[in-house]
Write a protein that binds this ligand. Sequence first.
Ligand SMILES: COCCCC[C@@](O)(c1ccccc1-c1ccccc1)[C@@H]1CCCN(C(=O)[C@H]2C[C@@H](N)[C@@H](O)C2)C1
Length: 338
Amino acid sequence: AHNNNGTVPTPLTNYLDTQYFGEISIGSPAQMFNVVFDTGSANLWVPSQSCSPFSTACFTHNRYDASKSWTYVENGTGFSIQYASGSVRGFLSEDVVVVGGIPVVQVFAEATSLSALPFVFAKFDGVLGMGYPHTAIDGITPVFDRIMSQHVLQEEVFSIYYNRDPKHSPGGELVLGGTDPNYYTGTFSYMNTREVGKWEVTMKGVSVGTQMMFCTESCTAVIDTGSSYITGPASSVSLLMKTIGAQQDESGYRVNCDGVQTLPSVTFRLGDQDYALTHEDYILWQSQIDGDVCTVTFRGLDVPPPTGPIWILGANFIARYYTEFDRRNNRIGFAAAV
Ligand SMILES: COCCCC[C@@](O)(c1ccccc1-c1ccccc1)[C@@H]1CCCN(C(=O)[C@H]2C[C@@H](N)[C@@H](O)C2)C1
């Protein structure tokens, strides 16, 4: 059931507000995979049937079997990608990939080795990069570019909704070719990408409460659908955490759940608008056996120059601000998510 812009929305699954992913198919007959739609990378990879049995992360996920697809085309070029944590190695293949009801002939990577950390914790199988073509490894044309060249989309944009409440489905939604008014209210505010070719914008300050504390001389903010959290330069984030009274532990920062209600907003100035996150948006409240744990969904991450220093606005930001990624005008739009 294609709606007017030639595509069907892709419902996303929300795993604990930290992993959001949706289903695509590869091959004929269709082999189904759950992938993260990731604006911070530009390649598609899924685990391979030919992955080594010693790669636990590969073995516990759906695997692409080229021998079972009559539209498979061999390529064989080596592939490897390195994330902030985690690496994937494999080789290239070509087959029909269906995203949002649109089939494209796509070069993608069959992963034959996945680093155990963090992929043993992945509830999804692979990653579908929604970044710009020049950031793609091996110069492969990304999926969204293949879709745009078919001229089936009403607008050359895609939009992402991440639900903040794991108990309600869908956990989110990807729309190719437009936006879904069911998931935002009010109008969009747009800002141009900093340079054509990356989903990043110029940020003009980060405030805690009413006090602007960071990025006061402007800095870069990456709008990254493939990040669970918000990251910033380690020194800034540690000062931010001290300001809100968070303690660092082995897995990040925590606050006492009793004090959550009094935590200040953290506000990001993007374009000429202020985007505030309240404790509702940046505290992950988990009820555990030995009591409630309140994790702060900020992480310190120092990205070396020339890319960094940068702030990365991930799922917890997008869950509050419905995001439209506009390839036609090289801009990003935000509207208040419902
Ligand atoms: C919203 O849903 C996000 C999916 C979870 C992302 C993630 O939390 C994750 C958790 C468990 C298992 C695997 C992965 C994961 C790992 C690599 C790729 C995709 C998902 C990533 C953990 C490591 C840091 N990080 C990135 O560098 C990410 C940053 C992003 N741009 C990617 O390129 C890599 C996020």
